[in-house]
Design a protein around this ligand. Sequence first.
Ligand code: C2E
Ligand code: CA
Ligand code: CA
Length: 610
Amino acid sequence: MADIIIYAAGNPDLYPIEYYDGDGEGYDGIIPQMLADFADESGYELSYYRAGEGDLREELGRNHQVDIISGCIEGENIGGFDDAEGYTRVQLFSSVEDGKTQVYEVYVTDAAPEGLAGELGGFAAEYSAEKQLGTAIATASGGNDHADMTPYLGIAGGLILILAVLLAVLSARYRRALKNHRKSMELDQATGMMTGEALKKWAEENIDGRNRILYYLIYFKIDLDYLQAPGRMERGKEFYRYAATVVKEYVSEGDVAGITAENGIILLCQSLSSDDILDRTLEVEMRLTSFFRRDSFIGRGVVTAGICPMGKFKGTIDESIRYSFHAAVSAGKSELPYVICDDSFIRKTEEVVSLRNEMLGAIRGDEMEIYLQFYVEASSLRILGGEALARWNHPERGMLGPAHFIPALEDEGLISVIDYYCLEKVCRFLDELADMGVNDFFISCNFSRKTFAAEDFVERWEAIVEKHSFQRDMLVFELTESIEPRYRKKMHDNLIETRNRGIHVFLDDFGEGFTSLYDLREYAVDGVKLDRTLTDYADTERGKSILSALIALGHEMGVKIIAEGVESMEQVEVLKELGCDITQGYVIHYPAPLWDIKRSLHESRSQAGR
Ligand code: C2E
Ligand code: CA
Ligand code: CA
């Protein structure tokens, strides 16, 4: 049977009753020992929350993150909790100190398993009588400081009792150290949930041909981009502790819950009906999501689930976890609460996964290449710069364009790998050009919005760019407009910081979405690339008026207007007439490999020089 975990908020500073032992990295003292023995006897797991971070009992109690608020003294009333709020006081033992009777107690919260308060109360009564706790403490805690115990050493009876208490504490510490050592391999330190590894082991030992049909693996994926942002680390930790208490409620006998190294939460549970599993999934998801209520701009979509019916799915537990993870990712992308791993889902996932692995190998093996497509001055067709476009020189399939690999990388959250890889190559090329004496040719790099809106974006591009010596204004970042609202702020900040550091920014695919005009007002950029669909209509009257209005708007705002996807000389003429600044398209130049670009630049320059 899976152990139910009891979470306790400890008093770090009540020596020797309950205190935080920095050396042993845990709580020690008479109460922790007593609770550990109680847990052992009753088949619970005991786990102290945020050990060593000060007295957090009030906070943890208020958040309903713990089952027990520990190390309390009657009359002190920690945080003003009372029975009416769903707390039950349980007396552990009493002692006479300085002629006063002190009652030590814990509060059992309503997050605790039913009956815990009664069970613990009964246990405590027997335990304290058996160990004569009251008398022992009366002697041992005569002073609060450890050294203050010396005067009592002369008193024979006291000495024996002190030794008894210390011995009990020490042997408990030793036993617990052993147990913790064993547990640290199995339980996640922060949440007390099983680790992914432990869960796998459990599944291998407990799920077999006979009961497999009953099991479902539900993987809850949490949007880490949000939780891992600096300043939200604490909130992230808090979330996982909260999640642990929620999930615990859905774990019945024969079920387990765990947390993976990637911070996904897994529920491995039995049911006779898949409908029941779907209900359970939705309910857990709703409760986990409710944690983010306060963060008004997020909520929906932060937690998504993948469900793997173990009875139908024939793979190993490892594979079940992997596929249900992918299903959760896919749910997020399709804005669904969950996705079930059925045959077609698995087939599709296998393709994506193998492509991804192949891609990463290709980046390491330097099979990725950059092509450049020239930008020209609309009025003269003079070359001004170029856009870097990723290509994969596949050993069997030949040269592949981004459509073959970018979507898969985006799915896997690996798009930034290719973005920074291209940036490095572009920087190297800009240095080479500078060495050739070419200092007026700019290159633009495409960045996925995910990369651009990441917390570490500026830091990461700076680490690459600072190794090079080309003029910064020769480098342009292209940024696709329209991003999920919750990333807007960061994107905006990154944009400003990037421009402050001398890099130019173009807004790409402008006019493709609905948010374009908003973006133009919101983001100060150096150039706007009109989406290809706008160029496509350059030869119609309506198309012309739209283009002309956008060009006028752009100029009013002081940004360069770039038309991409120009495919006919007619379009070239219209754009020139309308006053567009820069054009780009197959009719002018196709994307070409760097060596070819270098040759063209060399030629055009020597011609100009002649
Ligand atoms: P994009 O940024 O809109 O790039 C322009 C795409 O249009 C390129 O396709 C280019 O080859 C193509 N194109 C250029 N002129 C014409 C034309 O006259 N007609 C037509 N029909 N197409 C034209 P490509 O190279 O396949 O790139 C597709 C998209 O992949 C790019 O769209 C860009 O968003 C993305 N991409 C390329 N490299 C990277 C990269 O390193 N990182 C990221 N995040 N995305 C990249
Ligand atoms: Ca682009
Ligand atoms: Ca574009």
